[in-house]
Design a protein around this ligand. Sequence first.
Ligand SMILES: Nc1ncnc2c1ncn2[C@@H]1O[C@H](COP(=O)(O)OP(=O)(O)OP(=O)(O)O)[C@@H](O)[C@H]1O
Length: 304
Amino acid sequence: MTHKESEPVLSVRDLRIGIGKQNAILHGVSFDILPGETYGLVGESGSGKSITGLSVMGLLKRPLQVTGGSILFRGQELLTLNSRARRRLRGDRMAMVFQEPMTALNPLATVGRQIAEMFVIHRGLRWSQARTKAVEALENVRVPSPEERARSYPHQLSGGMRQRVMIAMALACRPDLLIADEPTTALDVTVQAGVLELIAELSQAEGTAVLLVSHDLGVIANMCRRVGVMDQGRLVEEQDTRALFERPLHPYTRGLLAARPRLGSRTLAQRGRLTELDEVVSSDERGRDQPTLVTPRVFSGATP
Ligand SMILES: Nc1ncnc2c1ncn2[C@@H]1O[C@H](COP(=O)(O)OP(=O)(O)OP(=O)(O)O)[C@@H](O)[C@H]1O
């Protein structure tokens, strides 16, 4: 890694997306993600979380297009790069995992081959070496019997295992940035936790910056130190996660928090994590030994 540890891996400034110039959908979103940081983007369906992630990856599909702003990746402007250069970055320096792994996996190739391909394309390894690396990559994401699993086709694996395979592919080349868009929404609650813990562990071990997109505040609470709240194509608030739960500044965030799942619902709260966070936040000990907080930001319509 050549960039300094304190410099953001990703710096999104005033990002605008629209259908042509007239029909704006994302209205000037800005945020930074530091190395090793997991930054959460939360908001209701349709608020613009996914299109933000897709535009960073350069995977936005027409009729949607970036109409303004800047996306700096390790100091390099992505919006002026040609498609070949962006393709070279994808899968190598930045990678994305989606809610539904089958959209990213080829049903006709074994998972071992698909992971191996990453090493062949981006690292120039021979297939024999790449296959060995693929088995290692499966081992890293705690896939049991990785040699055997490498020979499986995606449909022969459970949803949780497929998600691990997609994470193994995404992290194969040790990217600086991982974009995880609702990575556990389609999974059973017990499997969710394992996949999230895996992303957190790998990010810490490798210093990977993670953009975690989720509508689930419980997931964000467990994974992220900072969170941006999106509403109707705007980032309406950005705060340290604990502070957000304690003192939501924007009315929309307050609404989200009021509507958040409680014990008994099908989220991480079921495992007591959200309740733990509630306890931490409401405790007198809060704030102690916490990393330095960023200045809370409210972007519009705030009534602090
Ligand atoms: N292909 C498309 N054509 C036109 N509008 C689109 C297209 N894809 C997304 N949009 C619009 O962009 C807005 C943001 O969508 P986006 O998928 O980013 O929301 P989201 O917050 O990720 O929600 P979800 O969690 O449901 O994916 C929505 O209003 C959606 O209708």
